[in-house]
Structure formats: C-alpha cells, structure tokens
Design a protein around this ligand. Structure first.
Ligand code: ATR
Length: 284
C-alpha cells in the first residue's frame, strides 16, 4: 500500500507569488518525503474557521504570513520560545493534534548572515524597522551577542521593541529616528546594516532609507526584501564597497528551519535555494 501523503500549508492574504510552495515541494521531492505544500489565501475573518479545518484534516504543519502572524497566537495550543519572544508566529507544527507555534524569521536571517560573514558576536548592527520582521531579527542578533540599534520611522514602535528586548532578554538596544544625521552618526560606528522594512520592495524599487554616502567599506549590508534581489539599498552598498547579502538567503533559511521542525530531517538547502531562484527567474 502507498504511504499517506502529508499536507503542509501556507496561510496568509495575499499568498499569490509566494516562493514557499516551490521551496518546500522541492525539498520533499529531494528527500522522497510523501508530502505536498499548498498556499491558501485566508482572509482575517476566516482565520478561526480555517484553524478548525486544519485540525480536523490533520494538516501536519503550516506557515503563517501577513496578516496572521500575531492573530494566530490565540488559536494555537502552545508557543515555542522563538515565537513567544517576538510575539509572532510564522511556523506551526501539528503533533498529535497539539498545534505549537514557532518563529524562524530571526534565526533564518542570522543563518543567512553567518553563512557569509561568520559569527555576529561583538558586531555593532543598525536595524532599520521595528515591525514583526525587525522584532524577530533583533531578538536573534541580541541573543547572539550583537550590539543593536534600531532606527524606525515611528519612534514609539522602536521604543516598544527596545522595551520587549529589555524585558525578555534583559539587554539594552539603542533607538534612533530615520533622520539623516542620526543615521550617519550610527552607521559610522556600525559594521552591520540590516533593512527589515518593506522599503525598496517591488514595485517601489527606487526607494531606500540609506544611500552610499552614509556607508563605508567595512559595513556588511543585508536586505530582507528579495523582490527585486538587488534592491536599491544593495546597489548603494555596492557603490560604497560594502559586503552585500540579499533577501533570498533569509527566505531560504527560514523555510529550511520550518522544514526541520516539521520533518526532523536535515533540509536540502541547496535544492531549496535553487527552487527559489528558479521560480524568481521564471515568474519575476
Ligand atoms: P513586518 O511584519 O513585515 O515587519 P510591519 O509590522 O508592518 O511588517 O512593519 C513594517 C516596517 O517597515 C515598520 O518598521 C515600518 O515603519 P513604521 O513602524 O513607522 O510604520 C517600516 N516601513 C514601511 N514603509 C515605510 C516607509 N515608507 N518608510 C519608512 N519605514 C517604512
């Protein structure tokens, strides 16, 4: 008899154009795991009923994306520390009917960084943004011994992030605005700059919060935006002679960490990255 096929999902709104289905399906295929991964558009008012169906259908695991990363928390049975730390979930595993939420965004970003520049311990990072993605990234950086300052358009949100880090990790982070003088001062003493906002994302590809004039060659610049792969920020960083890391690395690593949580298998990273690249080449 054939093995039963396991079902994995992405739930969000919108989900069109997501790279997660090709990334995970390529990994299942490479490891000969009988499973499929499907993206489902679930509007906010359907989230609770979707969770009931997920439970009754025995879905083995799922990813959660915008706008459900926070709202899903109340509908789950347990939270891993990775999710409770940042109060947002991007991965859920169903173990014998118990739904546990995780967050792999922060460690995905960290792995993408480590892959290129090694340990971040003792580095001084400026993170742009204070939303869900920034929260996850900042917690992982601070947890790995990085000195972090956050710059955000809405200062109160950056201050709220600093207070979360103080309460949960007992560490202090700096908070600044996006004003040029403040960015310049901070960047002079930083060796890592991470854009954790959506600025520069397709179709607003001409935008960047930092230009080459504020950068220096000892700076590593990472963008979490992966569409386009070479964002305006990364072009500016190249101009300034910086090391650059595009958003595909974080995307693939956060997916690989989810895959590991679901399957307990070593994710085929190269296969997953190739699937993401191929899909981007085909569909832009
Ligand atoms: P996510 O969960 O993807 O991080 P989010 O919580 O909506 O999404 O956060 C988006 C981040 O991008 C925020 O830091 C936001 O700044 P505000 O807190 O001031 O809203 C930032 N952002 C989005 N558009 C921006 C823009 N045009 N200029 C500056 N920052 C922007």
């Amino acid at each position: 008899m054939k093995k039963r096929v396991s079902l994995f999902l992405l739930i969000g709104d919108p989900v069109e154009g997501s790279l997660s289905p090709p990334i995970h399906n390529s990994a299942f295929k490479a490891l000969r795991i009988p499973a499929v991964y499907v993206a489902m558009k679930i509007p906010p008012h359907r989230l609770a009923s979707a969770l009931k169906h997920i439970r009754s259908l025995g879905v083995r695991g799922f990813n959660v994306t915008i706008p459900h990363k926070v709202a899903i928390i109340d509908l789950l049975d347990k939270l891993d520390r990775s999710a409770s730390l940042v109060e947002a979930v991007n991965t859920v595993v169903n173990r014998r009917g118990v739904l546990t939420g995780y967050n792999t965004d922060g460690d995905g970003a960290l792995l993408a960084l480590q892959e290129r520049i090694g340990s971040v311990k003792g580095m001084r990072a400026l993170v742009l943004g204070a939303g869900g993605a920034a929260r996850a990234i900042v917690s992982s950086l601070v947890g790995h011994g990085c000195d972090v300052t956050v710059a955000n358009r809405t200062l109160s949100r950056a201050e709220a992030l600093a207070s979360i880090i103080r309460q949960k990790l007992n560490k202090e982070i700096g908070v600044i605005s996006l004003q040029k003088g403040e960015l310049a001062r901070e960047l002079k003493r930083s060796n890592l700059l991470i854009n954790a906002t959506s600025v520069g994302m397709h179709p607003n590809t001409g935008r960047t919060l930092v230009t080459a004039g504020l950068m220096h060659p000892e700076l590593t610049v990472m963008d979490i935006v992966y569409k386009p792969r070479k964002t305006r920020l990364l072009k500016e960083a190249e101009k300034a002679g910086c090391t650059t890391i595009d958003g595909l690395g974080m995307l693939v690593h956060q997916a690989a960490l989810s895959f590991k949580i679901w399957t307990r298998r070593t994710p085929p990273l190269r296969v997953m990255r190739r699937a993401a690249e191929k899909t981007m080449e085909e569909f832009g």
